[in-house]
Design a protein around this ligand. Structure first.
Ligand code: PRE
Length: 480
């Protein structure tokens, strides 16, 4: 496996994905003319992408755990290829909707194949996954320029689709020459950490992270959808400044990716980063929501992009994958399904809130930001390193709960034997049987040093079994 070439190829797919994310929205006018339909119909077609994601993420993520990552990178590339070429020529709305769904499937397949591969390559803290965000942003940055270039020269809009398809074609050759790292392999130190974590803690962290899959996506979507309108109507900002707050957010986001990548490489704890970034984005959002000072809003927009869209969502996913290293694909699918639910529900919720006021719609992002902070705090607390005494005692608690359940079962059997003995008028004490039980304990014991202690414990158990049987006998006799 040539790590550099494989990484480059995986990154290149995300550049194309960045083009794909905006290509329909940026070509709405041309598509509506070509299809001879109103803009609203084109917008309806765009919603197909979200449906495709929602349908595919979980399924494809799990399948990638069984069939390997490479197949899913290929499925993603092929589906995107069909989408780009098909969308350039299609005239039928139903087919266009089908192609949009396919783009959502392509996105899911690429994620199932790529995020998992980067973790399996074993880079420090999965920092490579954060860099994927930079390639997405590069695609999102270049696409509007490409569309504008075609438009200003009066060239066919379909070229923007074919450029994306061509990059994919070249990359398919590049990617298929590479071998992928073994699937679901786990770093032994990671496994040890994961085993030390008690089940309830892992579950709490998993709930926190799944919730964060929703809030992290919702936070970004809501801001990008409403910020420009909100500041224009609420504070009377000029259109240039209003759009500038979105551009500054993008600039902040790209800077954030590189800083986050660097911090993760230096070994900064992921949970610490997530808490700090989320608190930072909540503060920045508070300023954007309430400040009418333009310079302050600009600064806050930059910080918000840096902290909310600088790859912190990817850090959450890395953490989640490391909690369940045997099902990396399934976890990726689950995390992004929550993200897709956010993309689907936020426009609906905020659309409804905007009827009340634009401020209500944008400020709803504060509620989401606060929920995000609480979820990452919950995750960080669950994952915090524990003193070894506390940790070992927790392990003992787990073992004890299993032992007690087994002892209950043993006592149920002792009860049954006691009743049989009473019916057949046999004595409670059976010394031969007790000697046999003790010798079996010695045979089964895996540590010689433990054996006499285990036998003493068993002797105590049997003495108590007899006491229990005698008490039952007493009760039975009372009844008689
Ligand atoms: O096997 C029996 O006869 C039991 O009653 C069970 C049991 C035990 O706890 O294992 C209890 C008392 C006897 O002296 C021997 C064994």
């Amino acid at each position: 496996m040539n790590r550099k070439t494989l990484s480059l190829s995986l990154y290149l797919n995300y550049f194309v994905h960045g083009l794909g994310l905006l290509i329909l929205a940026q070509n709405m006018q041309s598509l509506s003319q070509h299809w001879q339909t109103p803009l609203a119909t084109v917008s309806y077609v765009v919603s197909g992408v979200g449906i495709g994601r929602l349908l595919a993420y979980f399924i494809l993520g799990n399948l990638s755990d069984h069939f390997g990552r490479k197949i899913f990178c290929n499925v993603g590339m092929f589906s995107y290829f069909v989408f780009f070429v098909g969308m350039a020529f299609v005239t039928n709305i139903q087919v266009a909707y089908g192609l949009a769904i396919l783009a959502g499937v392509a996105n899911s397949a690429l994620d199932a194949g790529t995020y998992t591969t980067f973790i399996e390559m074993g880079g420090r803290q999965g920092s490579a996954n954060v860099l994927l965000k930079a390639f997405i942003s590069a695609g999102e940055f270049l696409l509007p320029l490409l569309v504008a270039l075609l438009d200003s020269n009066g060239w066919w809009y379909g070229w923007s689709f074919l450029v994306a398809a061509a990059v994919l074609l070249v990359n398919a050759v590049l990617l298929n020459r590479q071998t992928f790292p073994p699937r679901n392999q786990s770093d032994p130190s990671l496994m040890a950490k994961q085993q030390q974590l008690s089940k309830p803690r892992r579950l709490i962290a998993a709930i926190g992270l799944a919730g964060y899959g929703y809030t992290s996506m919702a936070l970004m979507i809501l801001y990008t959808q409403w910020i420009s309108l909100f500041v224009t109507k609420t504070f009377g900002f000029s259109p240039v400044l209003a759009h500038g707050l979105l551009s500054l957010y993008s600039v902040g986001s790209i800077c954030g990716v590189f800083v986050l990548f660097w911090l993760l490489r230096r070994g900064v704890a992921e949970t610490k980063l997530m808490v700090e970034m989320n608190v930072g984005s909540l503060v920045a959002l508070l300023i954007v929501s309430y400040s009418s000072l333009s310079w302050l809003s600009m600064l806050a927009a930059l910080i918000f992009g840096f902290t909310a869209a600088g790859g912190v969502m990817q850090v959450g996913l890395n953490l989640f994958i490391k909690l369940y290293p045997h099902v990396k694909g399934g976890v990726t699918g689950l995390y992004f399904t929550f993200g897709s639910i956010a993309s689907f529900t936020i426009p609906l919720i905020t659309g409804w809130l905007s009827k009340q006021s634009l401020a209500a719609a944008l400020r709803f992002d504060l509620v989401i930001g606060l929920a995000g902070v609480l979820l990452v705090l919950m995750t960080a607390l669950a994952l915090r390193p524990q003193s070894s005494l506390v940790q070992q005692r927790q392990r003992i608690n787990q073992i004890d709960s299993q032992i007690v359940a087994l002892l209950n079962e043993r006592f149920d059997t002792v009860t049954a034997i006691g009743q049989l003995k009473m019916r057949e008028q046999l004595p409670i004490l059976d010394q031969q049987r007790e000697a046999r039980v003790l010798s079996q304990v010695a045979q089964r014991s895996q540590r010689m040093a433990h054996t006499p202690y285990l036998q003493a414990i068993y002797q105590a158990i049997m003495t108590n079994s007899r006491a229990y049987q005698a008490q039952l006998h007493g009760k039975e006799e009372e009844h008689d």
